[in-house]
Design a protein around this ligand. Structure first.
Ligand code: FAD
Length: 404
């Protein structure tokens, strides 16, 4: 059996952040970082943006040069899946080898959902977007004039639509909910992006139920519940993700739509920690999952600090972004449970949507408005809440609110 200090399962955004932070904090025991993908840890956001568009090289996706890991005495095992985890024995199995651990950090990420096989969800020409290999598979499909149907009007579906429209494909996006971005944004933000996509020629069908993806071996199109058939050369699913919790379940850890962690990143076993997309964490009295780069990094770094000997509490400060065409959307805070929104419009297509719950500011969507985003982020993080009336007033100097 190989003796080792910290084993990190999942060499993605959170796993890499934990390993780097441990070394930066002077942790001097062995660190093993295990990933089932063949690539060194990389960032995923460009996969549905610049990388898919062909405007970014693969090397620029990597979070660290490959040499970094050996130089910092981090044993990086790629193309290696951890198949078993025992909390009781403090061991795990990777490629037939048993490793012991003092601490293990689960950073296993998530798996994109597909439609069921019975309604064509696994036909050739159907795709999900999670990793470099998905882009390698889908990139040859992105030729001008080809017909793409996207299922799901969340951020990933919309970003793929933007890339496809830019490359002059014929794009139809189908959303089952009454509107795009229903789960994550206010109607005003959805209206902004619907208008943007439609102005670029994307056909958006909301409140539209899918019957099945058609084709025998290769996808030929989609059939809607109302009987309409939309021909397609390929189909992309952007219908959400499922957290990868198999190992945690096997180890008997508490799992509830993600591996349950406390405010230090600990699971129900004190030697096992979890971070990133696979984990749920306490936030304002509930247990939530935050599917974002910012959360993956921050939660992983807090865990590293705790393993390195400090008792550090994680206080999430959610933020997110999305790039579509030449629009950058930046989101500060979390809008869950909002009961009021205020729109602030500026010149040159600048728009921000302010979310309130019980008259307290909880989140802001800023479109092409980095200044407003920065102010809003600082207001929310410091618990300051200008009244809706103040925000509604176009004369309000937002920056001055920080000093109030
Ligand atoms: P990941 O980065 O997914 O890493 C998990 C790794 O664990 C994977 O490599 C997986 O193969 C590996 N693994 C799983 N099980 C095992 C096992 N048993 N053994 C070994 N390895 C295993 N967030 C934003 O904030 N802004 C954005 O604009 C944005 N855009 C996105 C666009 C796309 C296309 C995608 C897919 C995600 C985007 N996200 C964005 C979300 C963000 O990338 C994720 O929240 C983040 O990557 C989560 O990090 P993670 O470490 O939890 O998971």
């Amino acid at each position: 059996m190989t003796e080792t200090g910290v084993v990190i399962v999942g060499a993605g955004q959170a796993g890499c952040s934990a390993a780097v932070k441990l070394r930066n904090l002077g942790y001097d025991k062995p660190i093993t970082l295990i990933g089932e993908e063949p690539h060194p840890p990389y960032q995923r956001p460009p996969l549905s943006k610049a990388y898919l568009l062909g405007e970014m090289s693969r090397e620029r996706l990597f979070l660290r040069p490959e040499s970094y890991y050996a130089e910092h005495n981090i044993s990086l095992r790629l193309g290696a899946e951890v198949s078993e985890l025992s909390a009781k024995d403090r061991t795990l199995v990777c490629g037939g080898e048993t490793l012991s651990f003092e601490h293990v950090i689960l950073t296993t990420g998530s798996t994109p959902r597909r439609l069921p096989e019975a309604i064509g969800g696994t036909l050739s020409g159907t795709h999900t977007i999670r990793g470099i290999s998905d882009i390698d598979a889908i990139a040859p499909e992105f030729d001008s004039g080809r017909r793409l149907v996207i299922i799901g009007g969340g951020y990933i579906g919309l970003e793929v639509a933007a890339v496809a429209a830019k490359l002059e494909l014929e794009v139809t996006l189908i959303e089952a909910a009454p509107r795009i971005l229903q789960r994550v944004a206010a109607p005003e933000t959805a209206d902004f992006f619907r208008d943007l996509h439609q102005s670029k020629g994307v056909r958006i069908l909301e409140n539209t139920q899918l019957a099945r993806v058609t084709g025998t071996e290769k996808v030929e199109g989609v059939e809607l519940a109302n009987g309409e058939e939309i021909p397609a050369d390929f189909v992309v699913f952007g219908i959400g993700i499922t957290p990868n919790t198999k190992l945690a379940e096997q180890a008997g850890l508490e799992v509830l739509n993600g591996i349950v962690t406390d405010n230090k990143g600990r699971t129900s076993d004190p030697r096992i920690w979890a971070a990133g997309d696979c984990a749920t964490l306490p936030f304002k009295g509930t247990q939530i999952r935050l599917e974002s780069v910012g959360n993956a990094i921050n939660q992983a770094e807090i865990i590293a600090a705790n393993i390195a000997g400090t008792e550090t509490v994680y206080e999430p400060k959610p933020w997110f972004w999305s790039d579509q065409y030449d629009v950058k959307l930046q989101i500060a805070g979390l809008n869950a449970g909002y009961d009021q929104t205020i729109s602030r419009e500026g010149t040159n297509g600048v728009l921000s949507i302010w979310y309130y719950r019980d008259n307290a500011l909880i989140a802001v969507d800023a479109m092409n408005d980095p200044r407003t985003y920065m102010v809003a982020k600082r207001l929310i993080e410091s618990g300051k809440s200008p009244t809706p009336e103040v925000i509604r007033n176009p004369e309000t100097d937002l920056k001055a609110l920080l000093k109030a």
